[in-house]
Design a protein around this ligand. Structure first.
Ligand code: ADP
Ligand code: MG
Length: 238
């Protein structure tokens, strides 16, 4: 389970509205990429889905329940950021199991889940290291480990690859997609990178200036952009 529905969602910071009535239907197990230029409202929308930011108007439902009505502990939405947000003083193992410890998960279950997460992400031999002894790609995998260890209903990624070099970025795109196909977790992936959107998405949501310009498969947006913004942004040689 993991459907996400947005209905006429608006966000105001003080007097300024930055999200202008977004409707969106994300199906269970879908990999949706939210793409648009810097400042168009991607992170704000993602943070509202995560329940980290209040919704000014409209509503967001996960499996039919309004996000704001879900107790934070029951939300079970995992978010991965570009700056990893790892704890420098903790080992990889402790970083990964942190969300489980917070929930008071029994130790034998923690050990088993960490084992599976580490295996899934190729981190088994790094569990006792500290983040400073890891490469950028490995750190990002630890951040993903911390996200998958609690078996979330929804994964949210906010530009997770922007700090990595070009080669690693290409490799991690494939890794994230493969991981998602294996776990089948509904995913909302934010990027300003058109190529990431085109290569990773089941469905692209093209955003501009606080609203959605077009929703469709990469091919649909490429072949039939609805307007000049989408055509220009997705880069169809019209
Ligand atoms: P993106 O992630 O697409 O770059 P953001 O969601 O970060 O865009 O920002 C969208 C708009 O909302 C920007 O104009 C930004 O300045 C504004 N904004 C974001 N967060 C806040 C905040 N906490 N207070 C005031 N304005 C904000
Ligand atoms: Mg952002």
């Amino acid at each position: 389970m993991g459907s996400v529905t947005l209905e006429n969602v608006r966000k105001r910071f003080g007097e300024v509205e930055v999200i202008h009535g977004v409707d969106l239907d994300i199906k269970d197990e879908e990999f949706v990429v939210l793409v648009g230029p810097s400042g168009c409202g991607k992170s704000t929308l993602l943070r509202m889905i995560a329940g980290l930011e209040s919704v000014s108007d409209g509503e967001i439902r996960i499996d039919g329940t309004r996000v704001n009505e879900l107790h934070p502990k029951l939300r079970n939405i995992a978010m991965v950021f570009q700056n990893y947000a790892l704890y420098a003083h903790m080992s990889v193992r402790d970083n990964i199991c942190f969300p489980l410890k917070m929930r008071g998960t029994p130790k034998h279950e923690i050990d088993e889940r960490v084992r599976v997460a580490a295996e899934t992400l190729g981190l088994t031999s790094y569990l006792d290291r500290h983040p400073k002894h890891l490469s950028g790609g490995q750190r990002q995998r630890v951040a993903m480990g911390r996200a998958i260890v609690r078996d979330p209903t929804v994964f949210l990624f906010d530009e997770p690859l922007s700090n990595l070099d070009a080669k690693l970025r290409v490799q991690m795109r494939t890794e994230i997609r493969t991981l998602q196909q294996r776990l089948k977790t509904t995913t909302v992936y934010v990027t300003h990178d058109q190529i990431e959107a085109m290569t990773m998405a089941d469905k692209i949501v093209a955003m501009n200036d606080g609203h959605v310009e077009q929703v469709g498969s990469p091919l649909e947006l490429y072949d039939n952009p609805r307007n000049l913004f989408v055509a220009g942004f997705i880069g169809s040689p019209a």
